[in-house]
Design a protein around this ligand. Structure first.
Ligand code: PEP
Length: 252
């Protein structure tokens, strides 16, 4: 029986002003002692307050991640933020391929292969998001969609890189909609994702944390996290209240 890392990560998206973000982070740090040390807690604030949130969380055992990074290393790319800049601040994680980035900013597997390379070159652990939209789920194409998102990006990693990867399964129809996948639906597709990973990386697939995301909240997290192949959550809305985020951390 492998002991996979348990992770609860908060994706703040484009929410909070800097001072509010610092308050939220302090609230998470203050309640950290009530969450098992066996759970890695990560907050992912907007770029503008990564620095001040990292400062506020020093010594707290709460990790910090960015929500995205650039495809390029540095140079004339107005408005972009490089992985090396994020890493230099003390960030350890970076969310890549979130469905909002895929949907609204046209991110493709080609884009994401470059971002993954930048993340690894700078010792950031990617939290790579996959998931189908409602039409794809209704047409029962969700397994194929998720498989392609993994094959086109994750299969390009070396085993060493793969051993430093977190995957988040986030059905688009459940993100910010209040509509959660059932624990059974989550387990079914998480087990499938692990099977796909096993076909390429063998036993290392047993160690890869696979998080569920999509309207996860204190009232449903326990049931979802109890499933064998669910190793935690990527939390949007409920991560904006320290109390709710911590309650999800305690849900294991
Ligand atoms: C997300 O976008 O990563 C997410 C899971 O959002 P929410 O929890 O708000 O559905």
């Amino acid at each position: 029986m492998t002991m996979r890392k348990k992770i609860v990560a908060g994706n703040w998206k484009m929410n909070t002003l800097p001072a509010e973000g610092v308050e939220l982070a302090k609230g998470v740090a203050a309640g950290r002692k009530d969450v098992c040390d066996c759970v890695t807690l990560i907050v992912c604030p907007p770029f503008t307050h990564l620095s001040s949130v990292i400062e506020a969380l020093k010594g707290s055992n709460v990790e910090v991640g960015a929500q995205d990074c650039a495809t390029e290393t540095k140079g004339a790319y107005t408005g972009e933020v490089a992985a090396q800049m994020i890493a230099a601040l003390g960030c350890k994680y970076v969310i890549l391929g979130h469905s909002e980035r895929r949907q609204y900013y046209g991110e493709t597997s080609a884009t994401l292969n470059k971002k993954m390379a930048e993340a690894y070159a700078n010792n950031l652990t990617p939290i790579y998001c996959v998931g189908e939209n409602l039409d794809e789920r209704e047409a029962e194409r969700h397994f194929d969609v998720v498989k392609a998102q993994i094959e086109e990006v994750v299969f390009n990693l070396t085993e060493e890189q793969f051993r430093n990867l977190v995957i988040a399964y986030e059905p688009v129809w459940a993100i910010g909609t209040g509509k959660t996948a059932t624990a059974e639906q989550a387990q079914e597709i998480h087990a499938y994702i692990r099977e796909v990973l096993r076909s390429k990386f063998g036993a290392a697939a047993e160690e890869c944390p696979i998080l569920y995301g999509g309207s996860c909240k204190p009232s449903n997290a326990g049931e979802i996290f109890a499933k064998a192949d669910v190793d935690g959550g990527l939390i949007g809305g409920a991560a904006l209240k320290a109390e709710d985020f911590l309650a999800i951390g305690k849900a294991f």
